[in-house]
Design a protein around this ligand. Structure first.
Ligand SMILES: [Zn+2]
Length: 98
């Protein structure tokens, strides 16, 4: 996803902030979770809620609502919406509402 394709309220996460979200996701996603075993790169964060967009190592995207407990959660937490590929991700980000 390029910057051009990110619209408000999504904020792109740069190299200074992305690791915070990646580390938290790694801590929370436990065996049995849909994203378990995938590498996760934090791409963007919503300004209005705690949702974070990750790009997974299988080239799908997911919106994850991190719990910020810093420990493994019981699936399905942290709640995640898998978005498939790039086009599905763009559509979901555009439709994101509170
Ligand atoms: Zn939001």
């Amino acid at each position: 996803m390029s910057d051009r394709e990110l619209r408000e309220p999504w904020l792109r996460l740069g190299a200074d902030h992305a690791p915070t979200f990646e580390n938290e996701a790694r801590a929370e996603v436990a065996p049995g979770h849909a994203l378990y075993g995938l590498g996760l790169r934090a791409v963007a964060k919503c300004e209005g809620c705690d949702d974070v967009v990750f790009r997974a190592s299988d080239n799908t995207f997911a919106i994850v609502h991190l719990t910020w407990t810093g420990k493994p959660e019981a699936p399905p937490w942290p709640l995640a919406t898998r978005l498939g590929g790039f086009v599905a991700a763009e559509t979901a980000l555009d439709q994101h509402e509170h």
